[in-house]
Design a protein around this ligand. Structure first.
Ligand SMILES: Cc1cc2nc3c(=O)[nH]c(=O)nc-3n(C[C@H](O)[C@H](O)[C@H](O)COP(=O)(O)O)c2cc1C
Length: 192
């Protein structure tokens, strides 16, 4: 592969845009189809496709928020109206959200851990694909990725778990660059 300055520049400056700063427009149906296709082009040991994607778009976003608020109230009957409103709005700022589920299969050679890691690859690839299509995106999990009733309501089947909700939209705010990790701290050269 030839050196590609544009890709290098993109990787050097990649940033998430927090979901509260994602607005309309979102991807068209054609752009979404492309983002999904690129998103699942990830390393996947033995080509098991051990992931599933769930799309939340249009009216489904408010419906999901209402159900999240109901589950949050069951979990905490003392929850106040402000907190309930937060739950109702969870999927509303961004025009489109893609839920990424790890959906592992039994395999004699590929451990579940590797299948889970491949799902994280899908989430990151979706960010890249959304960015490449001209949108901003944010990978979140939040409580509803881990709460059994909420995850099931959001589309998880038995044995599956959410690794990401990738919110996608147009940024409503420009963000500062972020600091680069201290490379000396995290990289060592093996010397025996
Ligand atoms: C598995 C995973 C779960 C995350 N969940 C959340 C979350 O629930 N809420 C949140 O604000 N950020 C969450 N983040 C962090 C954001 O995706 C993002 O990395 C962070 O806002 C920093 O932005 P950056 O991508 O520009 O570095 C999560 C990241 C990962 C890898």
């Amino acid at each position: 592969m030839a050196e590609n300055k544009e890709v290098l520049d993109y990787l050097a400056t990649r940033r998430s845009t927090p979901v509260d700063f994602l607005g309309a427009p979102g991807p068209t149906e054609g752009q979404l189809a492309e983002i999904l296709k690129l998103g699942v082009r990830v390393p996947d040991h033995a080509k098991l496709n051990p992931w599933r994607l769930v799309i939340y778009q249009g009216d489904a976003r408010a419906a999901v928020g209402e159900k999240l608020a109901q589950i949050a109230r069951v979990n905490n009957p003392q929850i106040d109206e402000k907190e309930l409103e937060t739950e109702r709005n969870r999927f509303l700022p961004a025009p489109l959200t893609i839920g990424v589920l790890s959906s592992p299969v039994e395999h004699f050679k590929v451990p579940e851990f590797e299948q889970l890691l491949s799902s994280a690859g899908v989430a990151l690839n979706l960010l890249h694909a959304a960015n490449a299509a001209g949108f901003a995106a944010h990978w979140v999990t939040r409580w509803f990725a881990y709460d059994k009733a909420a995850a099931s309501m959001l589309g998880a089947k038995p044995g599956e778990r959410f690794v990401a909700f990738v919110h996608i939209g147009t940024p409503t705010r420009r963000l500062e660059d972020k600091p680069t990790p201290d490379m000396k701290k995290i990289v060592t050269r093996w010397a025996g």
